[in-house]
Design a protein around this ligand. Sequence first.
Ligand SMILES: [Mn+2]
Length: 581
Amino acid sequence: MSTASPLVPPTYIVGHKNPDADSVCSAIGYAAYKQARGLSGFIPARCGNSNARIDAILARFNQPLPLLLTDVTPRVRDLMVTNVVTVPQHATCAEALELIDEHDVRVLPVITPERRVVGTVSIFQLGGFFVPKVRALREMRKVHTSLQHIVRALRARVVHLPAADTEEELFVRVGAMDLKSFGQAAQSDGILPSQSIIIVGDRRDIQLRSIEMKVRLLVITGNLPIEDEIVRRAEEAGIALIVSPYDTATSAWVIRSATTLDRLIDRKFAFLSPDQRISDLRKKLATSNVPAYLVLDDDGRLQGILTKTDMLKPVRTRLVLVDHNEMTQAVSGADEVAITEILDHHRLGSLSTPQPILFINDPVGSTCTIVADLFRRDGLAPAADIAGILMSGIISDTLNLQSPTSTEKDATLLHWLSTLAGVNARELATLIFSSGSVILNSSPEKVIRTDFKIYEEDAVRFAVSQVEELGFGNFWQKSKDLLNALDSLCTKEGLCFACLLVTDINTQNSLLLFKGDPELTKRITYPSVEDGEIFDLPGIVSRKKQLIPYLTTLLRELTNDGVMPTSRRPGNAEPRLGSSG
Ligand SMILES: [Mn+2]
């Protein structure tokens, strides 16, 4: 999902869920600021859908919609090792051992030519095969392979090699004893001559005896010369004859290593999907004895390998949070990755970080004001389009400096940006606020989810949405539907209450739609204009600075009077965990 060079881990600059204009504009602006400072790898992102207002701003200033980042939860694919050393299905033990030695690994996935995993072989399995078992001598001499593999393993000179590619079960015997004992041993161990490999030096008697017995393969060791008569007789009898460069003991060992892997493959291997969450695996992997998990795609093809050591690697995804600092509002999985910076103008939530980070929290009217201030402080001027983007964030959040959240600094920087962008603030405000009535153009469910934030106050969860309109005309047509939508939201999210602040940009007044805890509803001191569910809030336009403090005060009063706020039981949604931040 990264578009940055793999050498520089990407850092996503991302605003809150249900992004508003300030959230998207400050992400774009701060990425431009980083670039102006000569820093690379910063990517503006958003963790939710755009809306008509954001689209209008981006189109006006020629900016693409930032990357959609819905979930940054670390997954197996983020930590797995992808350059895995593998061994082909039909390789020999010698080849597997060589790979293990060369790459210093403990386990080799055994794969088909299509990279489908057949199983694994480990150094332990191979070791077990080669370590002498005194109670199973016959096993110790067994080789399951073809003569061609033996020739390759020994780097042998071929004299005669019939049926070289046939896979067969063979037994190694060293012809080092007296001729008489050799004959007796051959009869007593019950191994057929056609299954026997005889390894011998320049012992003419044993060589001849082996040919008479019609053994499968005769191996002459130490590059010793062979008499012409032996060669002729072997060929006549159809007996394979090769010359090994090694001594007898080494040849015997190397022949055994020519055994194909087939019988040694552990076909019950542990595997994971690349999409599995690391957090779900930590416990499982901590208590398991499996040294490494293969990572397979849906077709069983090998994608990578994950060891316990890999789980300890730091996650590469890094985030800069703009326009929010509460985990309930951040992109999913934000609490499992590194947050390197926060730029915000909201109340402080309950976020904590393991490392010290750059945290700028300035109670100005918009996050874009903070970004513009950073440019100006460093003597940098944003490009005209970026200046326009930053203006849009300020205008949108401060209702063109009319909101009580607006400060001197917002006004100063808006003016500065206006000069750089060559754009009149009043004209831009008209474009932004006339970019379509959300209430008229969206379903009630969408209206309350468009600019929607969940808050947590002493473990009480509630939601406050806001929508800005030119006049209340459109609103009154949809007020009943919006109340119903709030009611379902309250149940679905298991909230204490859900409310919607409808703000008229023209008159700078708002209406509040409120659904939830009846005890709390009763305590609302603003005049009710309908059914005790819609209230008139003259002069209230800021959710952050005016409404949230009012609501938290109401909640405190309720608990101080010994009444516990009641939350709905989540309906069709799964029970949610509280904030982990
Ligand atoms: Mn903001």
